[in-house]
Design a protein around this ligand. Structure first.
Ligand SMILES: *Cc1c(COP(=O)(O)O)cnc(C)c1O
Length: 375
């Protein structure tokens, strides 16, 4: 993949924002609760290794990722802290995880049996393989739903102490980010029920993503898994107010590369969907859907010199057009997300425009957009 280093389109990542966000979470949960930074999906588009390095400086206790490949990327970068894979790895990769001291999620009894059979064959250099049992209390994604099957898995792990270690038990809430707490309460009750059969010595019990950490007192957790809020993204959109200020870490900036005055009645862009109504200053910015700037951003406004300028016509693959209030020089900075001359555009505003959530926008920025770190 070619990265557009010479193009003025950049995602600027404020290191201090991530650092401060982590510090505020640590303060909120207190010394008895470990903080694991979730850096899956290339750190929600902020750069997995770079984010992890900031998190190490901030004193996190470990990391969560989704894929084995993401865990290995951190190990290759020299990260030695605990890493937990939250997704389901194929059971025949257990040895690869064990070799690197990477903890894995157990989604079912069947997976556990399969992974163990394979582990006996593969003889990893490091054992035991550390396991976290996922409890599906109502997310409907992965994990144990029946107490019987959970009991079977715990017995199985205890019967294989040289191969397997029960390091954690966890669940994931689907509605911790909402004013309506009834479904959260149902999931809580189910987790409490499952925990009755979990042996006491298990190191980690964890239930808290960002939203649970911020608004539910990291319920029943001695470890929290913070993703969105570490990057300064409010996990509730704007439904709930965080207990402390979240500093957005990412800005998305580009530059006017072409500017012209267009007579009234002229069309702009593919499909000729926009027509000028007067003499209009139309500028072109070098960002498009191949950068992860999806076509639904048509009609959204970006900032030039503190003024809102609408994206007119369709977003192209590599470029988009904006309407200026007056002439600006080629080379003028354009802020798509972030601060520009006292005005701010949030990821949340973008998400509302495209009918999505704030998480998605940084995650889908393509590799072509370079990440530039400041502070
Ligand atoms: C992604 C993920 C998280 C982090 O979620 P945020 O809302 O970004 O804090 C925590 N736990 C699990 C199981 C996840 O998949």
């Amino acid at each position: 993949m070619t990265i557009g280093y010479t193009r003025p389109t950049k995602a600027i990542i404020n290191r201090e924002a991530i650092y401060h966000n982590i510090k505020k979470h640590q303060k909120l949960v207190g010394d008895d609760v470990d903080v694991f930074a979730v850096v899956k999906a290339n750190g929600y588009g902020h750069g997995a290794v770079q984010t992890a390095q900031i998190a190490v400086q901030a004193g996190v206790n470990g990391f969560c990722v989704s894929l084995l490949d993401e865990a290995l990327e951190l190990r290759e970068a020299g990260i030695t802290l605990p890493i937990l894979i939250l997704g389901v790895i194929p059971p025949y990769y257990g040895a690869a995880a064990a070799d690197e001291g990477i903890s894995v999620t157990v989604p079912s009894y069947e997976w556990l049996e399969h992974a163990t059979r394979q582990l006996i064959e593969d003889k990893p250099s490091q054992l035991p393989l550390r396991l976290h049992l996922g409890i599906d209390t109502g997310m409907g994604r992965i994990g144990f739903r029946e107490v019987e099957e959970l009991k079977q898995a715990i017995d199985f792990i205890q019967a294989h102490p040289t191969l397997l270690e029960l390091e954690g038990v966890f669940t994931h809430f689907s509605k911790a980010d909402s004013k309506d707490e009834s479904y959260f309460a149902l999931q809580q009750a189910r987790f409490a029920e499952a925990m009755k059969i979990v042996p006491n010595g298990v190191r980690y019990r964890h239930t808290a993503n960002s939203a649970t950490t911020l608004w539910h007192d990291h319920w029943q957790s001695n470890m929290v898994r913070i993703g969105a809020s570490m990057y300064g993204i409010n996990p509730s959109g704007d439904e709930l107010e965080p207990p402390f200020e979240l500093e957005p870490a990412m800005s998305l900036e580009t530059m006017i590369v072409h500017v012209k005055q267009v007579a009234p009645g002229e069309k702009i862009g593919y499909g000729a969907t926009y027509e000028t109504t007067e003499n209009e200053w139309i500028a072109t910015i070098p960002i498009g859907y191949a950068d992860g700037f999806v076509r639904r951003f048509q009609g959204f406004s970006v900032l030039v010199d503190g003024e809102y300028c609408e994206i007119v016509g369709r977003v192209c693959m590599d470029q988009s057009m904006i309407r200026l209030p007056r002439k600006f020089e080629e080379g003028t900075k354009v802020t798509i997300f972030g601060e520009n001359n006292g005005q701010v555009i949030s990821l949340q505003a973008g998400a509302e425009h495209i009918g999505s959530i704030n998480y998605e926008i940084p995650c889908v920025l393509s590799e072509r957009v370079p990440l530039v770190y400041t502070h």
